[in-house]
Ligand binder design. Structure first.
Ligand SMILES: Nc1ncnc2c1ncn2[C@@H]1O[C@H](COP(=O)(O)OP(=O)(O)O)[C@@H](O)[C@H]1O
Ligand SMILES: [Mg+2]
Length: 260
């Protein structure tokens, strides 16, 4: 099982959009996928067309003894969703020691879900929920929208991820991709060049273009493959899935540095 967290402390960069459309892209290749909403705002469910209230979900896994599988809802062929649940915000306020950051890891170890890809949609924060995701996954998938403020945030995030990797003593793959790319905008290109300069081994080849259709399909509760299967956005999410599958099987450039 491959586990990944879609993470960036900034809101509006495309984390939830990625969890939904990358998740469906992977499921469409025949992989079993589970997407988990770790954001107390709970936007993942409506983006997948579930507009009714879903009072329980991963909150019961983190605050109780439930398993992810017990709260999984089948949403698409080969794609399950674990909603946030009403209590998820409480996790940020838990008191106690370092164990608070390892609740998710422990839950997965207790009962690993029977899927090929487990994807966590993280909140736009750097709190305990995100920490739980980072202790639980193999890979951090970092969408970056093109502006220079996001570069400062990215540098800080990459620092945090390095420290978490050292703490947990297990490699944490870091994969950055441009999530709202506008090719004709010079700033977008400059941000790409800066990322290449500072994190050359971590920038994915695939980028996701800014496209109104991605906002539209989210509002309709459909994935891009259902809403506009022949759009450029659909092709881009297919390519993102393809790149992750390929590198997951053949290794990432930066793995060499883990060995060294
Ligand atoms: N590539 C894109 N092009 C156009 N709109 C996008 C794109 N990615 C995300 N959006 C829209 O921007 C808003 C924020 O995206 P979202 O995925 O919810 O970000 P986050 O989860 O990081 O806060 C949503 O309305 C979403 O539909
Ligand atoms: Mg979100």
């Amino acid at each position: 099982m491959k586990t990944m967290a879609v993470i960036n402390q900034k809101g509006g960069v495309g984390k939830t959009t990625t969890a939904v459309n990358l998740g469906h892209a992977l499921a469409r290749t025949g992989r079993r996928v589970m997407v988990v909403d770790l954001d107390p705002q709970g936007h993942l469910s409506p983006c997948l067309g579930l507009f009714r209230a879903l009072p329980q979900g991963v909150d019961r896994v983190l605050l109780g003894e439930d398993t992810l599988g017990e709260h999984a809802i089948s949403t698409r062929e080969l794609m399950e969703l674990v909603p946030a649940g009403n209590g998820l915000g409480e996790v940020e306020r838990l008191q106690g020691g370092t164990e608070r950051g390892r609740l998710l890891r422990q839950a997965i170890d207790r009962q690993p879900p029977d899927v090929d890809y487990l994807i966590f949609d993280c909140p736009p924060s750097a709190g305990l929920l995100v920490m739980n995701a980072l202790f639980a996954v193999d890979q951090a998938l970092i969408p970056v929208a093109g502006d220079f403020l996001s570069l400062t945030g990215l540098a800080r995030l990459m620092g945090t991820l390095g420290r978490v990797e050292a703490l947990r003593q297990r490699p944490l793959e870091r994969s950055i991709f441009l999530s709202r790319y506008v090719a004709r905008r010079r700033l977008s290109r400059e941000v790409r060049e800066k990322i290449l300069e500072h994190f050359p081994d971590h920038l994915m080849e695939t980028f996701i273009s800014e496209a109104a259709v991605l906002a539209e399909c989210a509002g309709a509760g459909r994935t891009i493959f259902e809403y506009r299967a022949r759009s450029r956005s659909a092709a881009e999410f297919e390519a993102l899935a393809g790149e992750l599958i390929f590198k997951g099987e053949h290794g990432y450039a930066q793995e060499a540095s883990h060995v060294a």
